[in-house]
Design a protein around this ligand. Structure first.
Ligand code: NAD
Ligand code: UGA
Length: 459
């Protein structure tokens, strides 16, 4: 099938950047990204590209280049579906919060709504591409919905999971380690491979059966998260043995069988996907009665929760076993640097624990607003919105945020934190002045020379 029109349902962290790059690299294809969230679409259409709903290095430039030429953002979902030959489903697939599988399974209602929408509207043949991360065998359900419309329209379903990481999305999309396409129809697979072929060499475009493709995505995230939990487990052992986790990580990472990436000990991984996808994997394994498999992967999450908790426990015990009425400055709220995304950020859980111990929290994050910080805490429902409002203040200046604080907790590894005038920050703080470096980004000797009581992870 010749592809001249692409529609992407879901203008989020994946749909936006992915389609922007596809549009840039395929100037002859018209790409329309649609969403039910009119506010989000309006932000994508904002003339000032610094107001795009998503912050990703390099994204604004590409949107500026392509928007209005062959990249469009719209709420006219039906029209975009009917005009296109290829439709990407890139909607959210969060963990279920109700019913069977609550807290574990992926909620597929948004994906199913998309499939039904396509089934209703389509009058010409379509290739439907699963871009969202889905449980293995979801294509079966999509197929069943699309193939029971009673019309003559033909649908081919492909799985094309996305492996980009936030903060490096554009770089990852422009130079992917691989593009994975799973499907039954060779012609449909080749149509999609051609779209990517505009900038990705064919040997990096992997063709598999559809179930392998769906399962590979969950597996990749599980393996990545497992490495973080593994090094975090070792970080706790380091703290009891005078070993240094950075030295251990370097030593093991130089073994080419292990590799050096994803071995940074931290306050625990966050982000919208690792936890959700592993919980989903655990749920799927249990649903097949594979309890040993399920228990194995569940441990990655258990260790991650332990790591977040032990960071805040350590902070409280170091501050003489109480943070009640004390000001704790948190530097960073996003789940990693170079993104404004806060979903499942460790900062939220650490803050919640400290608030339950009656701490006052001051937050500075270069890309996250005070409103977002409040809504993340309110979502947990641990205390009233008024209490969160009273106890948590967001600042636009890191020096103001840290002024008169008893301790600083570094939650995100933003590069700018390394460049601060730490002597000035020390002068403004209560003494002894504590730093809890949850990302191991500051130099211990330098901080101790200034006068700080400095602690980090795994050292
Ligand atoms: P997101 O929440 O940022 O965006 C999803 C968008 O879909 C929202 O704007 C929502 O309004 C829209 N939507 C939901 N239902 C709709 C419907 N029926 N019609 C039209 N629009 C609808 O989510 P995201 O982070 O972009 O993730 C999307 C999928 O990609 C998930 O399955 C996720 O696991 C996967 N994924 C995410 C990342 C990442 O870095 N965020 C990376 C790889 C894969
Ligand atoms: C992750 C994967 O890396 C992507 O390949 C995948 O597409 C994506 O999930 C997804 O499916 O959503 P992302 O969550 O955006 O990407 O970011 P990562 O760089 O993987 O970081 C995840 C979390 O792990 C962050 O909180 C980060 O700070 C933490 N991390 C990462 C560590 O604590 N240590 C490390 O060594 C690496």
């Amino acid at each position: 099938m010749k592809i001249t029109n692409i529609c992407c349902i879901g203008a989020g962290y994946v749909g936006g950047p992915t389609m922007a790059v596809i549009a840039k690299m395929n100037p002859k294809i018209k790409v329309t990204i649609v969403d039910i969230n009119a506010e989000r679409i309006a932000a994508w259409n904002d003339e000032d590209v610094s107001n795009l709903p998503i912050y990703e290095p390099g994204l604004a430039k590409i949107v500026k280049e392509t928007r209005g030429k062959n990249l469009f953002f719209s709420t006219e979902i039906d029209q975009a579906i009917s005009e296109s030959e290829m439709i990407f489903i890139s909607v959210n697939t969060p963990t279920k919060t109700y019913g069977k599988g609550k807290g574990m399974a992926a909620d597929l209602k948004y994906v199913e709504l998309c499939a039904r929408n396509i089934a209703e509207v389509a009058t010409t043949d379509k290739i439907v591409v699963e871009k969202s991360t889905l449980p293995v065998r979801t294509a079966q359900a999509i197929k069943s919905i699309l193939h029971n419309t009673g019309s003559e329209v033909k649908f081919e379903i492909l799985s094309n999971p996305e492996f980009l990481a936030e903060g490096t999305a554009i770089e990852d999309l422009l130079n992917p380690d691989r593009v994975l396409i799973g499907g039954e129809s060779e012609a449909a697979i080749e149509s999609l491979a051609k779209v990517y072929g505009s900038w990705v060499s064919q040997d990096r475009i992997l063709r598999t059966n559809i179930w392998s493709s769906e399962l590979s995505k969950l597996t990749a995230n599980a393996f990545l998260a497992q490495r973080i939990s593994s090094i975090n487990a070792i970080s706790e052992l380091c703290e009891h043995t005078e070993a240094n986790v950075s030295e251990v990580a370097k030593a093991i990472g130089m073994d080419s069988r292990i590799g050096s990436k994803f071995l940074n000990a931290s306050i625990g991984f966050g982000g919208s996907c690792f936890q959700k996808d592993i919980l989903n994997l655990v749920y799927i394994a249990r649903s097949y009665g594979l309890n040993a498999v399920a228990d194995y992967w569940e441990q990655v999450i258990i260790l991650n929760d332990h790591q977040k908790r032990r960071f805040s426990d350590n902070l409280i015990s170091t501050l003489y076993n109480t943070v009640s009425g004390k000001k704790i400055a948190m530097l960073g709220w996003a789940f990693k640097k170079d993104t404004n995304d806060t979903r499942e950020s460790a900062a939220i859980y650490v803050a919640d624990h400290l608030l339950s111990e009656q701490a006052h929290i001051a937050v500075y994050d270069p890309k996250v607003s005070g409103i977002k910080i409040q809504s993340d805490l309110n979502y947990l429902n641990t205390r009233t919105e008024e209490e969160n409002n009273d106890l948590v203040k967001a600042f636009e200046d890191p020096y103001k945020a840290t002024e008169n604080s008893h301790a600083i907790a570094i939650m995100t590894e933003w590069d700018e934190f390394k460049t601060y005038n730490w002597g000035k920050i020390y002068d403004g703080m209560k003494k002894p002045a504590f730093i809890f470096d949850g990302r191991n980004i500051l130099d211990k000797t330098e901080m101790e020379t200034i006068g700080f009581e400095y602690s980090s992870i795994g050292k």
